[in-house]
Design a binder for this molecule. Structure first.
Ligand code: ADP
Ligand code: ZN
Length: 521
């Protein structure tokens, strides 16, 4: 059976071998075993149901909550010479009826439908009269309350389906890998524990890079210049930033698109179409851009400033390299980004959620300051059981700077935090260590502390960054309130006792001298 699958892979798609997880998923479905496939975006989930759909007799029904993507999927299949169609509300009632009639006659090997199709019993009744090869639930996390995009009507389909006598093998596919979601889908769709194919969250073709202390506009200009033919998205935190950056790039002679919620629907549609068709290669956008955009050849995603949490970051950065080819994910960090995101959380009307949002923001800040492999950091954040080796290509893995023993400086910072009563954030702590005569420093009489001015040969900015680094590495706990209050941890106690060295990577190539740590040495 699997030889047949391999033949189909070559004849229809022209691919020589299966990707990780595909073979197991396909084998199970061909053996009539309900299967849950958890694979990252771009991992090749579609083939997991398309190959069995081709190999088995009857029509494959694919349920997908993303109406905008159905047409592209169908067009792709038709281009491979496979009979496929979609039935959704974008069609006239007559067209819908015609397609359902043709479907019942068995004219299609693949039919894509939205969950709402099952709201009336008529569609289900039609399915009962047909020969079905399989039913696939795409974006299956939407059927779980634990998923980030829960659709109750999607969930309620499953029990209905179990009433039909000719129920074929079921398949669920998602890129969301939290344990709760997996277990929920597994129970609902009746998937045996060993029939879960989970290749994890890792996007092996993506390289993550963190850039600090550079002029952001200048960086983007040089970057776009160096990749003239390649498609890329530059995400800004605000509409104003998107407007300004796009104007700047245009002025510098780089034609770029723009997309944000302040533009009319027509303008947005036009931009999206131009980008998908490669008529414009670079697009400057807010996070309004992306949902439901299927463009597989995006080669880079630059974040012009730090997003609010790792979830958004990974989703947005993950729009690069969906075709499996290399994708570059760059985050341009500056400390003002933190203030902006705090402000945005403050604006949120839902009071109960704020605490959680601040905690998520802190993990994002830590990502910007950690010296651990960036890919690994993300996988650990999502508690991916598959996370293992450092990726070898993120900016921390490939760091060409040198390691600096910062144990003494760390001890001074930690001791200062302790003497300040563990009740203040990075900003004020940096001021005290710098020896600043700031109003707040005087107000709390921190000038009298023995740690006052102890690290005055650093700039305040360097000290703030060093404190963020210590936080990211777990030497300090920022708490989870609106204003971080730095507290010592068990790890910091070891440092203070001299039982643990603190090693930090020092950038060797930074254009902005002031941002560079080693200028002081
Ligand atoms: P997902 O739905 O998981 O995001 P897709 O099914 O859209 O991913 O596949 C992503 C890309 O990888 C597509 O361009 C697809 O043609 C390609 N692809 C999938 N499987 C293979 C394979 N075995 N060999 C080569 N390319 C593949
Ligand atoms: Zn790495």
């Amino acid at each position: 059976m699997i030889e047949k699958a391999e033949r189909l892979l070559q004849t229809y798609y022209g691919f020589s071998s299966f990707r990780k997880g595909q073979e197991q998923a396909i084998r199970q479905v061909l053996q009539n075993e309900n299967t849950l496939a958890v694979m990252p975006t771009g991992g090749g989930k579609s083939l997991c149901y398309q190959i069995p759909g081709l190999a088995l007799e009857g029509t494959a029904i694919i349920i997908s909550p993303l109406i905008s993507l159905m047409k592209d999927q169908v067009d792709a299949l038709v281009a491979y010479g496979i009979s496929a169609t979609y039935i959704n509300s974008s069609l006239s009632a007559t067209e819908q009826r015609e397609r359902i009639r043709d479907m019942e006659k068995g004219r299609y090997q693949f039919v894509y439908v939205a969950p709402e199709r099952f709201d009336s019993g008529a569609f289900l009744a039609t399915l009962q009269r047909m020969e079905l090869s399989l039913i696939a639930f795409d974006e299956a996390h939407c059927i779980s309350q634990w998923g980030h995009d829960f659709r109750p009507s999607y969930r309620s389909i499953v029990p209905t389906l179990y009433q039909i006598p000719n129920l074929p093998v079921l398949m669920a596919l998602t890129a969301t890998a939290t344990q709760e979601v997996i277990q929920d889908i597994q129970r609902l769709i009746h998937v045996e524990p060993d029939a879960i194919v989970n290749t994890g969250f890792a996007r092996e073709n993506l390289s993550f890079r963190m850039i600090k202390g550079r002029d952001k506009r200048d960086f983007v200009k040089e970057y776009v210049k160096s990749r003239p033919e390649e498609a890329g998205i530059i995400y800004t935190a605000t509409r104003k930033d998107a407007d300004h950056l796009q104007q700047y790039l245009e002025k510098e002679g780089y034609s770029t698109g723009k997309y944000h919620a302040g533009m009319s629907e027509n303008q947005r549609k036009e931009m999206q179409t131009k980008f998908v068709r490669d008529e414009i290669t670079t697009i400057v956008a807010t996070n309004a851009f992306g949902m439901g955009i299927d463009k597989s050849n995006v080669r880079y995603v630059i974040h012009y400033s730090m997003p609010m949490n790792i979830e958004s970051y990974y989703q947005e950065a993950g729009r690069a390299g969906r075709d499996g080819e290399p994708g570059d994910c760059v985050l341009l960090f500056s400390s003002q980004d933190i203030q902006l995101q705090r402000f945005l959380i403050d604006q949120s009307p839902v009071e109960e959620k704020k605490k959680e949002e601040y905690a998520k923001l802190q993990s994002m800040i830590n990502y910007c300051h950690t010296s651990m492999c960036l890919q690994q950091y993300i996988l650990e954040y999502f508690q991916d059981p598959n996370s293992t080796e450092p990726c070898g290509k993120c900016s921390n893995c490939t760091h060409d700077g040198k390691e600096q023993d910062m144990t003494k400086e760390a001890q001074m910072v930690l001791s200062c935090v302790k003497r300040m009563g563990q009740a203040f954030g990075a900003g004020l702590t940096a001021k005290v260590l710098k020896g600043s005569s700031d109003k707040k420093v005087r107000q709390f009489q921190f000038e009298d502390l023995p740690t006052y001015g102890l690290l005055s040969h650093y700039t305040e900015k360097q000290l703030t960054r060093f404190i963020h680094f210590l936080t990211a590495e777990g030497y300090l706990n920022p708490g989870n309130g609106r204003y971080p209050t730095l507290q010592l941890t068990s790890k910091s106690v070891e440092v203070l006792k001299g039982q643990k060295p603190v090693i930090m990577l020092i950038e060797s190539t930074t254009t902005n001298v002031e941002e560079n740590y080693n200028v002081e040495y």
